[in-house]
Design a protein around this ligand. Structure first.
Ligand SMILES: *Cc1c(COP(=O)(O)O)cnc(C)c1O
Length: 390
């Protein structure tokens, strides 16, 4: 057994600790290098240079050019800017969006809003393994379709969507393609030209950078309207004095993540596979949600039959392990996660789902400890609860 005071973090899809090198890179920009990048004096120039360097590093991490990076307050804002920015180019004109049922709320809620102001949205379904059918997207395209938004990797079940194939269809039909790549950047190689996307969202805090900063990649020639209005910052697409310290930290985190792509994915994949193997060897009535291979290397979303996910989460937390539930089943609502719903997960399993998302600090010892804790937790909960839903 492990030191009981040790806490193990395995919820990296929710957020990640900031890398100490990132903190070091940020610190001067709070104190001596505090300038406003729009100021003409040397303080301003220092900030403007830092901003330009940072833009270059973030661009480089996804194979983009510096001018194509718009800094935002994070993944949510980037998703909003992509969708609302395209849809508001022609006010009063009803337009059509194609997205999927398993998108992050940052996309789904934006689509709900755009629908409420008169636009049309088609939500394509996903397979039982959580993958969209490219044919469904092609068939959904209409004359008034302006944008397709399909996430690169899902935050709950880790499935990776066939973005390259969707890009071909988007291009053939002269429709923009946006992808929310918040979960994939830093975990698997992401290159905007290889993917063929017009816009791509990134968030700093999912890749060991600070919270409250992110970017939208906007391919040259893409026509967008801002969502908020003010000065001319960020090519006029995102006005407001830039969060220089945050942006510098984000850029440092992006560079580190890119450097580590040669080793991290394989290492995390080994830990993840070992975990899944141990769980399947020691626990009955368990399922792995999502696709067996088309998934992020750090994600294992598991469902245990006749177990309540939140009770598991609490018992694991007591054991010092932080994971998250795939479904929020409160006393008030019986609603499971929209993602697990979308893959048609069996009701006996849906409420017993947990998401384990590994990070670069996790070790095989920690995976062993989690596997043991899961075995005990599931046994305990199955013993005390009669098999009722939720
Ligand atoms: C976390 C997340 C977001 C939101 O990013 P924030 O920077 O927290 O606003 C958007 N999309 C996905 C897939 C995410 O996992």
């Amino acid at each position: 057994m492990m030191d009981i005071m040790k806490r193990i973090y395995m919820d990296h899809s929710a957020t990640t600790p900031v890398d100490p090198r990132v903190v070091d890179a940020m610190l001067p920009y709070f104190t001596e290098k505090f300038g406003n990048s729009s100021s003409l004096h040397s303080f301003g120039q220092e900030a403007a240079e830092a901003l330009s360097m940072a833009r270059g590093h973030v661009a480089d991490s996804i194979g983009a050019r510096e001018e194509e990076i718009i800094f935002t307050s994070g993944g949510t804002e980037s998703d909003n800017l992509a969708l609302q920015g395209v849809l508001s180019r022609e006010p009063g004109k009803r337009q059509h969006i194609i997205t999927s049922v398993l998108e992050h709320p940052a996309v789904l809620s934006t689509c709900d809003f755009l629908k409420s102001i008169g636009h049309d949205v088609t939500y394509v379904p996903v397979s039982s393994e959580g993958i969209v059918d490219v044919g469904d997207i092609e068939r959904a395209i209409r004359d008034d379709t302006v944008i397709i938004s399909i996430m690169h990797a899902n935050n709950e079940i880790g499935t990776i969507q066939p973005i390259e194939e969707i890009a071909k269809i988007a291009k053939d039909n002269d429709v923009y393609l946006h992808t929310d790549a918040v979960q994939s950047v830093g975990k698997i190689p992401v290159d905007v030209d290889q993917l063929g996307v017009d816009m791509l969202s990134i968030s700093s805090h999912k890749l060991h950078g600070p919270k409250g900063v992110g970017a939208l990649y906007v391919r040259e020639g893409t026509s967008l309207t801002p969502v908020i209005f003010g000065g001319g910052h960020e090519s006029g697409l995102r006005p407001g004095t830039e969060n220089i310290a945050g942006i510098v930290g984000f850029a440092k985190a992006s560079s580190i993540a890119k450097e580590r792509l040669g080793t991290d994915p394989a290492r995390m994949g080994r830990l993840r596979d070992a975990l899944i193997k141990k769980v399947f060897n020691t626990i009955d009535d368990v399922r792995l949600n999502g696709h067996a291979t088309q998934r992020l290397p750090n994600n294992a979303n598991l469902s245990f039959r006749h177990v309540e996910g939140e009770s598991m989460l609490m018992l694991l937390d007591i054991a010092g392990i932080a994971v998250s539930t795939g479904s929020a089943c409160s006393s008030r609502s019986q609603h499971a996660s929209h993602v697990l719903d979308s893959i048609g997960l069996d009701p006996d399993y849906i409420h017993g789902s947990i998401r384990i998302s590994l990070g670069r600090e996790n070790t095989m010892d920690e995976v062993d400890y989690l596997a043991e804790a899961l075995q005990e937790t599931v046994a305990k909960l199955r013993q005390i609860s009669s098999p009722v839903e939720c």
